[in-house]
Structures are given as structure tokens and as C-alpha cells.
Design a protein around this ligand. Structure first.
Ligand SMILES: Cc1ncc(COP(=O)(O)O)c(C=O)c1O
Length: 395
């Protein structure tokens, strides 16, 4: 048997793709001792104590803790999700008909895409946009259609371009605001106009929401399309506990969606995962019902780190030019110094300066000649990274 023969054994949808550049960089940088890493959007925070305690208690007292849960999630968690969603958006949802608990938004989106995509169907994503969305669309047999953001207008969502991107094969648009990798909060009027177009053209909207707790300015501009009742039959809102509750390793998220779609996605989720880990659902319930003060604490710490990275970027204006992000914890500067492409530049930084960043090309064609810097790491990591950048690119 020709083991190792990729062409013979591996599906082209997989063989033709690279491991995401974010993880490639994370793995390459793990080989470099004493690296200063701004590559991975993995916040430095620990899961809050009361969430851990709830799990410790459940491990002690709940004989069922090690068992499967029902595929759609623990009833008490879904009840709480419905309450929180109502409080956040004003939209009434039913814990049984409209809520599906998943093992992270990545699993949720993957199930959604596999539910709706026939080979060749199109899914619209922003360019730049989250690299894993692009991969998931391709793995599911779909075609990503890129919706360029306007860098010259602060990475604005160019809503006027949307109608021309929609074809008879378009199934959905995926949006993230605040965005990854640019940290942009898309303008309310652009989002509302996009919602109108999506409604008129009768396609789906997937709102992937890891970052709406991390907004540092223009808070009033943030528009949560999940509260747009006119779209409710076409909208899937995906909330992840990973970032705002520092629970990335628990793999815990939920989606709120119309029942007709939930019934279909549930089949895919069940065949993929059976259920989100029960133990993580206990943690998720504690995160939703317990003290929320850590969310604001994280936001404040990230806000200080954001100011620091701006100060440091301002000292290397000959290396990078950047648009200030209003949310999330990424900045996406353009590379001004001589380089072949973003990947080579990132490799040079890693090998010569021991600084890990993510090449912007991973996030779409418009990301070429940019890098993504994640400022969710400790301040001394940010300082070390920029001290080293200043050393190899003296002004
Ligand atoms: C836009 C976006 N979606 C999803 C995720 C991952 O979410 P989860 O940990 O819930 O799978 C991330 C993580 O960086 C992200 O930036």
C-alpha cells in the first residue's frame, strides 16, 4: 500500500490547503527558545476562579459529570443561554427550538457550513477575515467569496460592494465585529444596510462573536445584528466563551438560530461530536450565571495593552503603518520595510529577532504585506517583541 502518497489518499480539499498560518507560526515559534510571541490570539488570562470552582464541585458531587449530554446541550445551560440572549438583544428565543451548545464557535461554524454547502456553493467573507473561516468553507466543498474591506477608510465594511458579490450560488455571509484580524468595529449604518441586502436577497447571515465584550472606543457604534428581529429566520448568532471568559481550552460555545436550521445542524453536530463536553457545559453555566466582573477586568487590561502597542508602533513608523483597532485585541499594520511578502517577513522576524507574528496573507489577498499582532499577551512580551523589532530595524 502506498502509504504517504498524498495524491492517492488525501482528499484534494485537504491536501490543497495549508495548516492555518496562525497555528503554523505558533508551532514554528514554539521551537524558538525565548521567543516573544504576538502571533496567537490566546489571552494571558486564567479561567476565573468561580468557574473552576463550579467544575470542582460538579466533579465531586455529580455522578453524571463524565457522561455524554444530549446533543443540543444541558437543558439548564440552554435555559440560561435563552435568558442571556434575551437580555443582550431583546430577542425572545426558545431554549429547545433555538439554542445549540457546541464545542467552540469553530465546531459550530464547521457544522453550519457542512449543513448548508453543496459543492461549489459560495460563502461571503470579509477580506481580510478570519483565516479559519476560509479553510472551513473550502473543507466543506464551498467557495469563499471575498468582500474587501477599505483600508484607507479604517478597514470599513464596503457595503456598496455587497450586492455584486451575491450570486445564485451564495448561501451565507459570515461577519465578525469587532473583527479579526483588524479589530474594526463595523459602522452601524453599514451593518444595517448589509442586513437589508441579506434579507432582500434571502441568504443567511452567520455572526461569529468572540470579541463583542472587548470594545475600547466608539462603543455606541457597535451594532449587534443579533438584535435585528427582521432577520431572525436567516440569522445564526454564534457566541464563544473562549475569550471573554478565558475558556479557550474548554471548547465551549453556543449558537442561537431558527428552528428549521437547528434541526438540520443538530444532525451534523451529533455525528461530529455527539455533544459539547459535559464538563465544559458546567463551566459554561457557571460563566453565564456567576459574577461577570472578570469580563470588564479583562477589557481594562486589554485596553492598557492596546495603548502600549500603539506607543510601541508609533516608535517604529518606518517599519509599520497601522489603523487603530477599536475592539478585539489585534492590530493589523502594513509592512513598510523591504520584504518579499508577509510570510517571508514574518519568518525573518522569527529567525532573526525571535519575534512571532502572523503573516497577513493568511487572512485574504488584502492581508498581503501586513502582519497581525495580538496584544492579548502580557505587557513585557509586547515590550520585548518591539525592543527586538527596533534592534533589527533601527530608525
Ligand atoms: C473570529 C473567530 N472565530 C472563532 C474563533 C475561535 O472560537 P472558539 O474558540 O469558540 O472555537 C476565533 C479565535 O480566535 C476567532 O477569532
Amino acid at each position: 500500500m502506498a502509504v504517504g502518497n498524498t495524491t492517492r489518499w488525501v482528499a484534494s480539499a485537504v491536501a490543497d490547503q495549508q495548516l492555518s498560518a496562525i497555528k503554523q507560526m505558533a508551532m514554528l515559534s514554539a521551537e524558538v527558545p525565548d521567543v516573544a510571541s504576538l502571533a496567537w490570539g490566546l489571552p494571558s488570562f486564567a479561567t476565573p476562579e468561580h468557574i473552576r470552582q463550579a467544575v470542582i464541585d460538579a466533579l465531586r458531587s455529580d455522578r453524571d459529570i463524565g457522561k455524554y449530554a444530549l446533543p443540543n446541550g444541558l437543558p439548564e445551560l440552554r435555559e440560561q443561554v435563552a435568558k442571556v440572549h434575551r437580555a443582550k438583544t431583546g430577542v425572545e428565543v426558545d431554549p429547545t427550538d433555538n439554542v445549540l451548545v457546541t464545542a467552540g464557535n469553530m465546531e459550530g461554524l464547521s457544522c453550519l457550513l457542512r449543513t448548508i454547502v453543496e459543492p461549489g456553493d459560495e460563502i461571503i467573507v470579509t477580506d481580510p477575515g478570519f483565516a479559519s473561516h476560509i479553510q472551513q468553507i473550502r473543507f466543506s466543498g464551498g467557495v469563499p467569496v471575498f468582500w474587501p474591506l477599505e483600508e484607507s477608510q479604517g478597514w470599513r465594511l464596503s457595503v456598496e460592494r455587497l450586492p455584486a458579490l451575491i450570486s445564485p450560488r451564495t448561501k451565507a455571509v459570515i461577519l465578525v465585529t469587532p473583527a479579526n484580524p483588524t479589530g474594526t468595529i463595523f459602522a452601524r449604518e453599514d451593518l444595517l444596510r448589509a442586513a437589508e441586502i441579506i434579507k432582500e436577497r434571502n441568504i443567511l447571515l452567520f455572526l461569529d462573536d468572540p470579541y463583542s465584550s472587548f470594545i475600547y472606543e466608539k462603543e455606541d457604534d457597535h451594532c449587534d445584528l443579533a438584535s435585528h428581529t427582521g432577520l431572525s429566520d436567516q440569522l445564526v448568532y454564534l457566541f464563544t466563551f473562549s475569550k471573554c471568559h478565558a475558556m479557550s481550552g474548554w471548547r465551549m460555545a453556543y449558537m442561537v438560530l431558527p428552528n428549521w436550521l437547528r434541526e438540520q445542524v443538530l444532525k451534523v453536530h451529533d455525528a461530529t461530536m455527539i455533544c459539547a463536553p459535559r464538563i465544559s457545559q458546567i463551566a459554561g453555566l457557571a460563566a453565564l450565571t456567576g459574577d461577570q466582573s472578570h469580563v470588564e477586568q479583562f477589557r481594562q487590561i486589554l485596553s492598557v495593552r492596546r495603548d502600549l502597542i500603539f506607543q510601541r508602533l508609533d516608535r517604529v513608523r518606518h517599519v509599520f503603518e497601522y489603523v487603530e483597532p477599536q475592539g478585539a485585541y489585534y492590530v493589523f499594520p502594513k509592512i513598510l520595510v523591504d520584504h518579499n511578502n508577509a510570510f517571508d517577513f514574518s519568518l525573518r522576524l522569527l529567525n532573526e529577532a525571535k519575534v512571532a507574528v502572523t503573516p497577513g496573507s493568511a487572512f485574504g489577498a488584502q492581508g498581503e504585506n501586513h502582519v497581525r499582532l495580538a496584544f492579548c499577551v502580557e505587557e513585557d512580551q509586547i515590550n520585548l517583541a518591539f525592543d527586538r523589532i527596533e534592534e533589527i530595524y533601527p530608525s
